[in-house]
Ligand binder design. Structure first.
Ligand SMILES: Nc1ncnc2c1ncn2[C@@H]1O[C@H](COP(=O)(O)OP(=O)(O)O)[C@@H](O)[C@H]1O
Ligand SMILES: [Mg+2]
Length: 219
């Protein structure tokens, strides 16, 4: 059994967090007997919108962190409650530094960080890794594990060719890349995950490969 609470985050919008969160939750939950839930912790509600047509094979819970409504205790309790009832909890985090990313790093087994080949993403990732290491320092048990995911990669660009080398410098495991593929954009419009929208395509293969790594991870 691999990671149970999987937090997907980076401190920047547009890195592919929601796309990865939806597809990983659906892929993890599609395996025989596996129960997965997707937590939308971003008040923008991309994952909720994705799920609105009722075509995703997993439940999606809206859980933006709102200080007045759910103090630290309540949010974490809700997250751990979902963990008790599921094999996998995938958390789609907002793109900014805030309470939900801090609490998610306190609870998560694995922090999955999508990074696109761009200087701005690398800068945000430096901050996200700092935060990860602070959480590890507090927890003292080596958790959460980390997986850097080259995201929206276009190998025709110079940055797209170098992304793995750049990510290895962070000293954390680097996953095989998720390519920039129009099927991911169209799957959102259709309200489906890639395994339903474009099965047995490269886009689906890449998600399956990533899912297998997460399922096997010791984090
Ligand atoms: N692998 C991909 N290939 C093509 N488009 C992608 C890919 N991942 C994300 N996108 C697109 O990029 C935009 C931002 O993605 P999203 O997952 O919402 O990022 P975030 O949650 O980090 O803001 C969306 O329009 C989405 O469809
Ligand atoms: Mg998002």
């Amino acid at each position: 059994m691999g990671a149970k609470i999987i937090a997907i985050g980076n401190l920047k919008g547009g890195t592919g967090k929601s796309t990865l969160a939806v597809n990983l939750a659906c892929a993890l939950g599609s395996a025989a007997k596996a129960r997965a839930v997707l937590v939308d912790a971003d008040s923008q509600g991309t994952a909720m919108e994705w799920a609105a047509r009722g075509r995703l094979p997993v439940a999606v819970e809206a859980m933006p962190f709102e200080p007045e409504a759910n103090g630290d205790g309540a949010w974490l309790k809700a997250l751990n409650g979902l963990a008790a009832q599921n094999d996998f909890v995938v958390v789609d985090l907002p793109p900014h530094l805030g309470t939900s990313i801090v609490l998610a790093l306190v609870a998560a087994d694995l922090f999955v960080v999508p990074v696109t080949p761009s200087g701005a993403d690398i800068k945000a990732t430096t901050k996200a890794i700092d935060l990860l290491r602070q959480a590890r320092g507090v927890r003292g048990n080596g958790k959460p594990g980390c997986l850097l995911v080259p995201s929206r990669v276009d190998r025709r660009t110079a940055a797209g060719k170098e992304i793995e080398a750049v990510l290895h410098d962070f000293g954390e495991p680097v996953a095989p890349a998720v390519g920039q593929r129009s099927a991911h954009v169209d799957a959102f419009t259709a309200g489906e995950w890639i395994g339903t929208y474009a099965p047995r395509t490269s886009a689906h293969d890449e998600i399956q490969t990533l899912t297998a790594i997460i399922r096997r991870s010791k984090a």
